[in-house]
Design a protein. Structure first.
Lengths: 252, 470
């Protein structure tokens, strides 16, 4: 069994428009990769296709998680198998408390008939909330309802920490965060770095990568990865702008 | 019947979806006529006034048309002559749990009524078909003078308490189904709480239907005297049958000056039951009546709990949750009749329609011109699960005079696909995600239920949502 999230020649479209045009990418366990790219390059589409959103149709290619066909699984199966997506715009669930939601998600991972240990659950959740500097009151509030942008993103990271996925995709987690919140979120992500976990951080700005230092940076443009490199590539992009990549592509 | 056959009859996995072999000592046969009423009166050894009450009611029932000019045409599918109006095990209510027949105990077991719950509940009156199979009032309640009996015993042994109000809150002729109930009623609870007695624990009754084509017509009357308080809880589930079953109860509440009554129902009828219930209370000066009503299942439910606020500063409240699944129609609501100054009423109704399920809110608020300082608040929210689900709202608010405050809010929402996607991404399957959404929608109302009922409610919703996704 290979310890890697391997995406090959992935093509996907929404309402007949092709967005992903043969994307290939590999994130081994133990590494953090970043995807950068201009608006409209298909970054968020990639995250939704991997999670299994029904609006997107996969027309070709594959995505294997530790050798298992990710695209052949239901949305919830992917999650339980260890795939996590931190949403760019997390949805509200009115009337359902954060604690109950997390509990339901963890319960869904247990064999039938087995009950979650409530005491251990709360202990674990409070410890992780402390790491993310979240108020205890937060557990009783409805999921994402009336949350500020920063609170929503922290909540995504808390969910990731509680569910302990094998692979996590963070879709523009930095958007809507002030610098303090960004640091806290980055701290949470860094705490999740592990030889047992691969992470893919999607971002529009280099700023986040000051705090979450990636092993590999990929540049995405027009539905494909067009350039990959070390963490310095992000700095280069920041300096020269995306036009530099576009020009390079046009010249090639 | 052989043991194997008994076993086979009960060995069906779905809760509420099973029945026991019929073994009834008394059976009035099918159809409705004076002979049936005499049969019931004879068995119950009823006083002549009760016998006459039944016979007058039968005439009213026969004269009244079906209310199909405003209600569902589905009512026309009830064939009254095919229904059995009285069945009983022929036993008197037992005072100890040991005396309860085993198959009745098994029924409760299958319904998941926990053993320990019985211990802390003050008194349990569980109706199995027509007669109470189990009746136990804790000693301290008896000492305090609380009367908790079935309707037969109430009318026979305590007419001095109950006769005054019996059939007065809901007159026989109120509607066709209250007339039917008045003619053939059996079972139900009669409760009297003396002045100043605050019953600490909720009184409870479980009942279910267990014979094909058998209508259940329980009759409940609760009188709470000055400054006294009581909470009554009923839960109903019924096994599934091929042909329609009729349930038509009448529940009357009387709250004297400064008294408080809370009446809680969690109901899960099988989807072939016509559930046509009349529930109403009279609140005297500064008294409070709260109906907390949860309707799940049935083919058609028509139920509009009401409060007549007869004394100054009386308060009425209806909190209602309805879930209409495929092919079901929940036609529920509230009636708030303000009949004195400074009376206050509050209605909060939430409905969920799943698949082709249809939920209807019908609310009546009446505040006449000569009164002062009355308030009504009505909120009704509907949640539609599928695109073919349906909801309707018919508020009838009559407020005359300008010294009152009323407000009415209604909303319709839908579970969004993105919300479900989000939950699935966290590992919940479709049914679990739906169930969580629905539970979230009613969460603020579910809190009004006692803990063990809100747990049961959640379990019922889980079961409903499991069946609703393919």
């Amino acid at each position: 069994m290979s310890n890697t999230l391997k995406i090959e020649n992935l093509q996907a479209s929404v309402e007949g428009t092709e967005i992903l045009k043969g994307l290939s990418l590999e994130v081994p366990k133990g590494e953090v990769h970043a995807i950068m790219g201009p608006n409209g390059s298909g970054k968020s589409t990639l995250s939704k296709v991997l999670a299994g959103h029904e609006d997107y149709e996969v027309t070709a290619g594959s995505a294997l998680m530790d050798g298992v066909d990710l695209l052949g699984m239901e949305i919830d199966e992917r999650s339980r198998a260890g795939f996590f997506l931190a949403f760019q715009y997390p949805h509200e669930i009115p009337g359902v408390s954060n604690a109950n939601f997390l509990r339901a998600a963890l319960q869904a991972r247990l064999p039938k008939g087995e009950e979650i240990d409530a005491v251990a659950f709360y202990k674990d959740m409070y410890a992780k909330m402390d790491e993310l500097e979240m108020d205890r009151k937060f557990t009783g509030r409805s999921v994402n309802e009336g949350f500020s942008g920063g609170e929503k993103k922290r909540n995504e990271i808390l969910q990731m920490m509680m569910l302990e996925p094998k692979y996590a995709v963070l879709d523009e987690t930095d958007s809507g965060l002030d610098i303090d919140a960004l640091k806290v979120v980055a701290q949470g992500v860094n705490a999740m770095r592990s030889p047992e976990r691969g992470m893919l951080v999607i971002t529009h700005y280099q700023r986040l990568l000051d705090y979450i230092v990636p092993d590999v940076v990929h540049v995405m443009f027009d539905g494909k990865i067009v350039k990959s490199g070390g963490k310095d590539l992000a700095l280069e992009l920041e300096e020269k702008g995306y036009d530099w990549v576009k020009e390079e592509l046009a010249a090639a | 019947m052989s043991d194997q056959a008994t076993l086979d009859a009960v060995n069906i996995a779905d809760t509420g979806d099973f029945s026991y072999p019929e073994d009834y000592k008394h059976d009035a046969g099918t159809g409705l006529n004076e002979g049936v009423l005499d049969y019931i009166s004879d068995i119950k050894k009823e006083a002549d006034w009760v016998r006459d009450f039944r016979k007058r009611a039968l005439k009213v029932f026969n004269d009244k048309p079906m209310p199909t000019h405003w209600a569902s045409k589905d009512l026309e599918n009830i064939v009254f002559q095919n229904i059995r109006y009285y069945l009983a095990k022929g036993q008197t209510p037992t005072r100890s749990w040991d005396e309860v027949p085993d198959d009745v105990k098994e029924t409760f077991e299958r319904l998941g009524i926990p053993e320990k719950e019985r211990k802390f509940l003050a008194g349990v009156e569980a109706q199995f078909d027509s007669e109470a199979a189990y009746s136990n009032v804790k000693e301290e309640l008896t000492k305090e003078g609380v009367v908790f009996v079935n309707s037969t015993e109430g009318l026979r042994e305590h007419p001095e308490i109950f006769r005054k109000w019996f059939g007065k809150v809901i007159p026989t002729g109120d509607n066709k189904f209250s007339a039917l109930n008045s003619a053939v009623f059996s079972g139900g609870s009669f409760i009297y709480v003396p002045p100043g007695v605050k019953v600490k624990h909720p009184l409870q009754a479980y009942f279910r239907i267990n014979a094909e084509n058998f209508g259940q017509f329980e009759r409940t009357l609760i009188i709470v005297d000055e400054g006294a308080e009581v909470t009554y809880m009923e839960g109903c589930t019924a096994p599934k049958f091929e042909t329609a079953t009729l349930h038509s109860a009448v529940v009357e509440l009387v709250a004297m000056k400064d008294a408080k009554i809370q009446y809680i129902t969690v109901q899960n009828w099988s989807n072939n039951v016509f559930n046509l219930v009349t529930k109403r209370g009279i609140a005297h000066e500064n008294a409070e009546i709260r109906w907390i009503d949860c309707n799940i299942g049935s083919r058609l439910t028509m139920k509009y709990p009401g409060v007549i606020m007869k004394g100054r500063k009386a308060r009425g409240e209806v909190i209602s949750i309805a879930l209409a699944n495929d092919g079901q129609h929940q036609d529920t609501g509230a009636k708030m009749i303000h009949a004195a100054d400074e009376t206050t009423s509050n209605v909060i109704a939430k409905s969920i329609s799943v698949g082709t399920g249809r939920s209807t809110y019908r609310g009546q608020v009446h505040i006449p011109k000569h009164l002062k300082g009355c308030k009504n608040n009505t909120e009704c929210d509907a949640l539609l699960i599928n695109t073919n689900s349906r909801t309707d709202t018919y508020p009838a608010i009559t407020v005359k005079g300008n010294q009152h405050a009323t407000q009415h809010e209604a909303s319709v929402s839908q579970v969004s696909e993105d919300q479900i996607f989000y939950m699935k991404q966290r590992g919940l399957n479709e049914a679990e995600a739906m169930s969580l959404s629905v539970n979230g929608f009613i969460n603020d109302l579910a809190r009004e239920f006692p803990m063990e009922y809100s747990v049961e409610l959640k379990r019922l919703i889980d079961l409903q949502m499991e069946g609703s996704v393919g």
